[in-house]
Design a protein around this ligand. Structure first.
Ligand SMILES: *[C@@H]1O[C@H](CO)[C@@H](O)[C@H](O)[C@H]1NC(C)=O
Length: 219
C-alpha cells in the first residue's frame, strides 16, 4: 500500500495544477474586475486590465443613453452600444447594454450575436420581433411587443426587430457578454471583404448571377 502513496500525491498535485490553470483563464473568478486599459501591452480577452489601484468611478460609468441614435439610413434604425469598448469597467463581467432607435417602419436587420443572449425591452412604440431556431427545424418565432414588454433572443440565433408603428420606437437591450459581437447576415454574406465568390452565393441562395452581383453592390 505504502508504495502507492507517492503516485496518489503526484495525482493530487497534477489535478490541483490543472484546476488552477482552468480557473486562471476565468479572470472573473479571481478578482473583482478587470477594467480594460487601452494603453495596455499584453492582451487577455482582447484587452488588458488597468492597475486596480488606478481604477476610479469613471471606469464603471457611461453617460448618454438618453440620446436618440440617428436613424436616417437604409434600414431606419440605429444601435448605440455600451460594451467594454465604450465602458471599460464591463470587461470580463459578461454583461452589456445597448439602446436601439427605430424610425417609423424601420428595422434592425437580421443579425446574430455569437457570444451573447439578448433581452430587450420596449420603452416607446411597438416592435415586431422574431428569431429563427437552428437547423434542421429553422422554426420562425415572432411576436409584437408594446411599451413595457420584454423578449429574449437566445445566444447565436438570427433575430430582427421591426417598428410596426407610425411613430418612433425605442428599445433597451441587455446582453450576456461585455463583447457580444454582431454579424448582420446580409452584410456578412454580400458585403464581405474581399467578396465571397459569386458562384458560391449563386448556389447557396439559388439565385441568378445578376442578382448576386446586385446584392454585392448594395452591401
Ligand atoms: C443623420 O444622418 C444623416 C445621414 O448620414 C445625416 O445626413 C444627418 O445630418 C444626420 N443627422 C444628425 C442630426 O446628425
Amino acid at each position: 500500500m505504502a508504495t502507492q502513496y507517492p503516485s496518489l500525491i503526484f495525482l493530487g498535485v497534477l489535478l490541483a495544477l490543472i484546476f488552477s490553470l482552468v480557473f486562471a483563464v476565468d479572470q472573473g473568478a479571481l478578482q473583482d474586475f478587470c477594467v480594460a486599459d487601452p494603453k495596455g501591452q499584453v492582451l487577455v480577452n482582447g484587452l488588458v486590465c488597468k492597475d486596480p489601484k488606478l481604477v476610479e468611478a469613471q471606469d464603471f460609468f457611461f453617460s448618454g443613453l438618453d440620446i436618440a441614435g440617428n436613424t436616417s439610413n437604409q434600414v431606419g434604425s440605429k444601435v448605440t452600444p455600451v460594451f467594454a469598448a465604450q465602458l471599460p469597467g464591463l470587461n470580463t463581467l459578461g454583461i452589456s447594454m445597448a439602446r436601439i432607435d427605430y424610425a417609423p417602419w424601420g428595422i434592425n436587420p437580421p443579425h446574430t450575436h455569437p457570444r451573447a443572449t439578448e433581452i430587450l425591452t420596449v420603452l416607446e412604440g411597438q416592435l415586431e420581433v422574431g428569431f429563427v431556431t437552428s437547423n434542421p427545424e429553422n422554426r420562425f418565432i415572432r411576436k409584437v411587443l408594446s411599451k413595457g414588454d420584454l423578449f429574449v433572443f437566445p445566444i447565436g440565433l438570427i433575430h430582427y426587430q421591426k417598428n410596426v408603428g407610425d411613430g418612433y420606437a425605442v428599445a433597451i437591450a441587455a446582453l450576456s457578454s461585455q463583447n457580444p459581437g454582431a454579424i448582420t447576415i446580409a452584410n456578412a454574406l454580400f458585403g464581405s471583404t474581399p467578396d465571397i465568390p459569386s458562384d458560391v452565393l449563386v448556389k447557396a441562395f439559388q439565385l441568378d448571377n445578376n442578382v448576386v452581383n446586385y446584392l454585392q453592390s448594395k452591401f
